[in-house]
Design a protein around this ligand. Structure first.
Ligand code: DWN
Length: 393
């Protein structure tokens, strides 16, 4: 049983470290390498970055920054209420409350280690623990609030290094008929779309259903349903129940997902060697696109200073020689510089008339962005993307 490295993406900064200067001193860098676990088939970073370096009082990302996600969370809240009628809900990684706020009519508790975010939900009168999710915390919460009918966690479990403890703590905080809903980017979709930017410091893991099943085998939890989502470039919503709970039947789609992944070769090391080769090709081709546009003296900006784009910019060494600046709707990012690549970030006020190309940092919100940028497209403005292969759109 061991981890085998299959891709070296080079030196990378902390993606949340939006800088206040273009010439920072002592910026932290680590080696971003990806590994395959021979037994569990879990795909992870080779070395983890200490959590407190990433999740702190200066956390920039706001889950409610896009209309797409605001709607997705409101719709999901309605669905959970209708389907499971919970009396209590706990969210691990409650960010700015975009999901948990829909449950103010029942007991709703947030867990959010980034204090600046936890303060936001506390102000919304949602009891929020500004702590990392651990077994100890689950015991403390149980003592105070009892166990939960639903535990929900979107884009967070893939960020937590100690998975065994994480699932044990979830099991410990669930009622006997309670359910745990996990939502995270899909490894299968990342491989198919060659979206290597799903890998960065915070994403310690990108989960396949195969690996999730393997790592929870020894726990008291089992998967009973899976939904495929378009969010974040392709995610899985995975429903877990206690093995002792016979209230919910295991859906046929669990087998179907496992077999689709098997057909793709998710369990084989060879699949990741091919992925690595294609990622390196994608890098060369993206650089060529930027170079040819710059030769024509055209102006390129970045659209959406995402954490994902940090991987692309730093891996492909795209800096302010190529991209003049990024626009982003998140207030905490504006006036700052992108980590590692040091490109200025401006508050979004539309795309200015002198811009010829916009690199889609937020490619996962392409539909929303296209709707908003009709004027830019109409006047001949073009987008650049690297997903599923580098091209001008
Ligand atoms: O897991 C994570 C995901 C959910 O959120 C975290 N580790 C960190 C963060 O990753 P990301 O930055 O790659 O996520 P998003 O949601 O793809 O970020 C979108 C960014 O683009 C935001 O900063 C908002 C911005 N944006 C914009 O400026 N204009 C987005 C849209 C739709 C827009 O129209």
């Amino acid at each position: 049983m061991k981890k085998i490295n299959f891709l070296n993406l080079g030196k990378h900064p902390i993606t949340n470290n939006f800088l206040s200067t273009a010439n920072p001193k002592n910026e932290f860098f680590y080696n971003l390498k990806l590994s395959y676990h021979t037994e569990t088939k879990l795909i992870s970073l080779n070395n983890f970055v200490p959590p407190k370096k990433m999740f702190n009082n200066r956390y920039a990302h706001r889950a409610s920054a896009s209309m797409t996600m605001r709607k997705a969370y409101a719709d999901l809240a309605k669905k959970i209420k209708k389907k499971f009628n919970p009396r209590s809900i706990l969210e691990i990684g409650s960010n700015d409350g975009v999901f948990i706020k829909h449950f103010s009519d029942i007991q709703n508790i947030g867990v959010e280690p980034c204090k600046n975010l936890a303060d936001l939900t506390t102000k919304m009168k949602i009891k929020t623990y500004d702590k990392f999710w651990t077994f100890l915390l689950s015991k403390k919460i149980n003592k105070k609030h009892g166990k939960f009918d639903v535990i929900y966690s979107a884009n967070t479990i893939s960020h937590i290094h100690k998975l065994d403890e994480t699932f044990k703590a979830i099991e410990n905080s669930l009622n006997e008929e309670g359910i745990f809903i996990l939502e995270d980017p899909s490894l299968l979709k990342s491989l198919q779309k060659l979206s290597y930017d799903q890998f960065y410091d915070e994403h310690a893991y990108v989960f396949s259903i195969t690996a999730l099943r393997n790592i929870t085998k020894k726990s008291g939890l089992e998967i009973f349903n899976i939904e495929e989502l378009n969010t974040h470039g392709g995610s899985n919503r995975v429903y877990f129940k206690k093995k002792t709970n016979k209230k919910f039947k295991i859906s046929n789609n669990v087998k179907r997902h496992l077999s689709t992944e098997k057909k793709y070769g998710i369990h084989k090391f060879r699949t990741y060697q091919i992925f690595a080769k294609n990622v390196n090709k994608s890098k060369e081709s993206l650089i060529k696109i930027f170079q040819s546009i710059k030769k024509k003296k055209k102006k390129i900006i970045g659209y959406g200073a995402t954490y994902k784009s940090s991987t692309v910019l730093n891996f492909c060494k795209i800096n302010k020689n190529y991209i003049n600046y990024f626009v982003d709707t998140t207030p905490t990012k504006s006036g700052k510089f992108t980590p590692g690549s040091h490109i200025p970030i401006k508050a979004y006020k539309g795309i200015s008339d002198d811009v010829d190309y916009a690199f889609l940092g937020a490619w996962n919100f392409k539909d929303e962005i296209y709707k908003k940028e009709k004027k830019f497209i109409k006047r001949g403005g073009k987008f650049i993307t690297h997903v599923p292969y580098p091209r001008i759109l």
